[in-house]
Design a protein around this ligand. Structure first.
Ligand SMILES: Cc1cc2nc3c(=O)[nH]c(=O)nc-3n(C[C@H](O)[C@H](O)[C@H](O)COP(=O)(O)OP(=O)(O)OC[C@H]3O[C@@H](n4cnc5c(N)ncnc54)[C@H](O)[C@@H]3O)c2cc1C
Length: 388
């Protein structure tokens, strides 16, 4: 049986960042990185962006300085008493400290059994192969980050895309209604057929492709269906070991899980945000990177609390944005457009507290937005325009 000072379960961006964090304090420790994926850690965001516009798979790998890679293995059990993890090959791996960086997996919809799910490089390769084998039309179910980015990438690749959402349009959970409407028009101009406020009732397979019956009565004939309706955290491994789990694995400010020598980081970790005054789980690259690195340092003894306000970003054809804090269409929003729905700042208020900032087509203002949120200053809505 192999044994490690630090065993990391998961091979995503948080895992790679954790290796970096450990190594910043401990150059010689034995690190094992056990991942269900066959690929070593890599940057995930290009799967729906750069890889469709010239970036190469060879550009994606992340450094994992001196970690022993245990790939194509799924951790099935954690034995806290003996400090061992058992994988799906029946092999056991000992640890002094354990990091769970198991991220999330795409949600499935029962009515879309045969749909392609989209999360990792293997999914990207499967989609590429299908397109190269002659797929011309793709229905994407879900118009959140991954669905809307993939719709843009595949349209640019010359495919006919139907984008289906039960919501009111693209990004309706985070954007104000005017922006959602404008994005719908913009996507239509680019050639995407957007079907909002409807969902798939039934899917039928035929020799010539697939037919989707939508709840609004439409029938769509497409070659391929992608289901992109968000992720659920991979927290079952932790739960089965008796570790505290809610929406994700519950960690303290240091990333530690209860009193155990176990930590969690990235998409799977549920932590208390002092700036939002509540527990949150963040599913974005910058958080995976910052939290992964900090928790890695804490595995190696740093004892530093997580006080970051991570940012996130997305590309929608040639439009794009960066955002900080909590963007929630249900909050009070204050819009400050320089050019309507192309360039502007949207502020999200919880009472008088600023909880999020959307920088739409506005660049290099992330630190300023962070500063405003971090300040904890009370704001009246008419005091916000012009702050950034
Ligand atoms: C297509 C796509 C585009 C994205 N674009 C953006 C973007 O533009 N901006 C942005 O901010 N964020 C984006 N994200 C989100 C961002 O990539 C994630 O937040 C980040 O990668 C999460 O990293 P993670 O390591 O916490 O989890 P994950 O990336 O989910 O990695 C988890 C790892 O754990 C492994 N694993 C799970 N269970 C087990 C087990 N039992 N045993 C062994 N291994 C296991 C998985 O196989 C995987 O390797 C995008 C995500 C996707 C999928």
């Amino acid at each position: 049986m192999s044994s490690y000072d630090y065993l990391i379960v998961g091979g995503g961006m948080a895992a790679a960042a954790a290796v970096r964090g450990i190594r910043s304090l401990d150059h010689s420790a034995g690190i094992g990185l056990l991942s269900a994926e066959g690929d070593p850690p890599y940057r995930r965001p290009p799967l729906s962006k750069g890889l469709w516009s010239g970036e190469k798979e060879a550009d994606l790998p992340l450094p994992v300085d001196g970690a022993e890679l245990l790939l194509s293995r799924r951790a099935l059990r954690i034995d806290l008493a003996s400090r061992e993890v058992e994988d799906d090959r029946g092999e056991r791996h000992g640890f002094r400290k354990l990091l769970l960086a198991t991220g999330g997996r795409p949600r499935r919809l029962p009515e879309l059994e045969g749909a392609l799910l989209y999360r990792d490089l293997a999914d990207y390769r499967a989609l590429r192969r299908a397109l190269e084998a002659g797929v011309q039309s793709v229905a994407i179910v879900g118009a959140g980050f991954v669905g809307s980015e993939l719709a843009a990438a595949l349209t640019r690749a010359g495919k006919q895309v139907d984008l289906i959402t039960a919501g009111q349009g693209i990004g309706d959970r985070i954007f104000p209604p005017g922006l959602v409407e404008a994005l719908g028009r913009f996507y239509a101009e680019q050639g995407v057929r957007l079907h909002a406020e409807t969902s798939v009732k039934a899917q039928e397979h035929s020799s010539s492709g697939q037919q989707l019956l939508l709840t609004d009565g439409q029938r769509l004939n497409v070659d391929l269906v992608v289901c992109a309706v968000g992720i659920q955290p991979n927290s079952e491994l932790a739960a089965s070991a008796g570790l505290p789990v809610g929406d994700g694995i519950l960690v303290d400010p240091f990333g530690q899980v209860g009193e155990q020598p176990v930590y969690a980081a990235g998409d799977v970790a549920n932590f208390f945000s002092p700036f939002l005054s509540k527990r949150v789980r963040v599913e974005h690259e910058n958080h995976a990177d910052l939290h992964g690195e900090l928790v890695g340092r804490n595995l190696a003894g740093a004892g530093e609390p997580y006080l970051e306000i991570p940012f996130f970003y997305s590309d929608l054809f040639e439009l794009g944005y960066e955002a900080v804090g909590e963007l929630n269409a249900g909050l009070r929003v204050v819009e400050d457009w320089k050019e309507p729905y192309r360039e502007g700042v949207v502020y999200y208020l919880q009472g008088e507290r600023l909880s999020g900032v959307l920088l739409f087509g506005v660049w290099e203002k992330v630190e300023q937005a962070r500063g405003l949120i971090r300040s904890g200053r009370p704001f009246l809505p008419d005091e916000l325009p012009g702050q950034i």
